[in-house]
Design a protein around this ligand. Structure first.
Ligand code: TIU
Length: 222
């Protein structure tokens, strides 16, 4: 067992052999100019800033032998898995499926839907394509985790309060212990990131724990 003594709201004990790192949606469409995030009116620079930190976390996980799982929010080219309620929401400058500088927005197989090159999955690592914000909805994620004997999940990626928090809540309801890595997640809205961290750890870890990459490294080294 490993222990993150300074995790919040209290020490987090986990078995590395039964722990996976889930890296949520570190895709060009959310992180680079010309993608979905920018089409929604957001400044993508805060998300770009965490790429080296997520890379360090992934290296840490791989070095310790943890399973690393990547997700991508994207849809089939015919949009059969994209409900109109999702596609038509709001007034983005480009909608899901529209043409953009990185190909069709949030469509599987297009350059924009790819994970940023710095965080490219290794051969053999699971990549889950998901049509929703949560990674359990309409995907094989639960079966993958059950097959690997995983009981504990470390979460990183974007955006903190949308796809990361949704997936962490889904995991919590499915009986996983879950921890969000504070410095390896980001939002377009700093106040939403801090609110998410606070609400996750409130009420005695009602959703889960938070800790930093350094704290995880120390726990895995020990
Ligand atoms: N818009 C926003 O903050 N996020 C998303 O649409 N998807 C993810 O969080 N991946």
């Amino acid at each position: 067992m490993a222990r993150i003594a300074n995790a919040l709201p209290y020490a987090f004990d986990f078995d590395p052999a039964r722990t996976a790192l889930i890296v949520i949606d570190m895709q060009r469409d959310f992180i680079e100019n010309g993608g979905f995030g920018e089409a929604l009116g957001n400044d993508v620079r805060p998300l770009q800033a965490i790429v080296p930190r997520v890379a360090r976390l992934i290296e840490t996980a791989r070095g310790a032998g943890l399973a690393v799982i990547h997700t991508r929010e994207c849809h089939a080219p015919d949009l059969s898995d994209c409900p109109p309620a999702k596609r038509l929401r709001g007034k983005p400058s480009a909608r899901i499926g529209d043409d953009g500088p990185m190909g069709r927005i949030l469509i599987a197989g297009e350059p924009g839907a790819d994970i940023v090159p710095e965080l490219r999955p290794l051969p053999g690592e699971t990549v889950i394509d998901k049509p929703g914000k949560g990674a359990f909805y309409a995907t094989p994620l639960m079966e993958v985790l059950t097959g690997l004997g995983i009981t504990t999940l470390l979460f990183a990626g974007v955006t903190t309060e949308v796809c990361v928090q949704t997936t962490m809540r889904e995991a919590n309801d499915r009986g996983f212990e879950a921890l969000l890595v504070e410095d390896a997640t980001e939002s377009y809205f700093p106040e939403f990131k801090s609110a998410t961290l606070a609400m996750i750890r409130a009420q005695g870890a009602i959703v889960g724990w938070t800790a930093t990459t350094d704290e995880i490294r120390t726990a895995l080294d020990g």
